[in-house]
Design a protein around this ligand. Structure first.
Ligand code: FPP
Length: 236
């Protein structure tokens, strides 16, 4: 499907919330005889492309899994490279994102991040908080089970029974719409602790394409697949 064709699809049929597990950076780099961080670097360029394309399509929320609670176990050199790439992404792209009315949010516990990364993230959140366009959630030090547990603890502290909507207000996504479409690249068929509560009725899409090769065309292909699904939410 071409951009113009997708642009003409009634917004009601497009996924409102797309979530992506950006996997395969390491393998992409290895296949090119390059260090793993080169894959993350090129992966950040796809982040720019996919954010732009999603915002142009009128997607309401885009959530990207950039760093899981388990990723700290990776060698320091790789963790540091991802931190540097995050800072560079914000340094280079914040003005464009802000001008495109994007709202940047971070899902996850920010505390363990180095001061410079924190400062960069805070700057991005602050600069875009009054925007009204697409929400870009960057999941960082994120774990779905951890998110649910912290929400349960908040509910307990409040001392009142909760229903589903109350509970959603305690999640990092704070009352955002649920995930409609969850994409994972690189051929792995797992959720890996990503948005477990929010993806209850999400359509799943797995592609063998590695994240640094997941360009706009691949996004449109995925959305075309989504458009062919018959979503019933448990009904008939
Ligand atoms: C998974 O591939 C990817 C990551 C753990 C990091 C994702 C980070 C980025 C795309 C860059 C920064 C993000 C933003 C939002 C600017 P992998 O390393 O597990 O790949 P492999 O499975 O091939 O080893």
């Amino acid at each position: 499907m071409k951009t113009e064709e997708l642009m003409n699809v009634d917004k009601e049929f497009l996924p409102k919330h797309i979530a992506i597990i950006m996997d395969g950076n390491g393998r992409w780099a290895k296949a090119k005889g390059m260090p793993r961080h080169y894959g993350h670097y090129e992966g950040a360029n796809r982040v720019v492309d996919i954010v732009r394309a999603s915002s142009n399509l009128g997607i309401e929320v885009l959530t990207l899994y950039a760093f899981s609670t388990e990723n700290w176990k990776r060698p320091a050199i790789e963790v540091n490279a991802i931190m540097k790439i995050l800072i560079k992404f914000i340094d280079d792209k914040l003005d464009e994102l802000a001008a495109n009315n994007v709202i940047i949010k971070v899902l996850g516990n920010r505390e363990p991040f180095p001061k410079d990364v924190m400062a960069s993230l805070e700057k991005a959140i602050k600069k875009t908080e009054n925007n009204t366009g697409m929400i870009l959630n960057i999941a960082l030090n994120y774990g779905g089970q951890q998110e649910i547990i912290q929400a349960v603890n908040k509910a307990i502290q409040n001392g009142k029974e909760v229903d589903i909507d109350d509970f959603k207000s305690y999640l990092y996504t704070e009352n955002q719409i649920d995930v409609d479409f969850l994409i994972r690249t690189s051929g792995e068929l797992r959720l890996s602790n990503f948005l477990l509560f929010q993806s209850a009725y999400a359509e799943l899409y797995f592609t063998s394409v590695l994240w640094p090769d997941f360009n706009e065309e691949e996004l449109y292909k995925a959305i075309e697949d989504y458009l062919s699904r018959n979503r019933r939410f448990g009904g008939l």
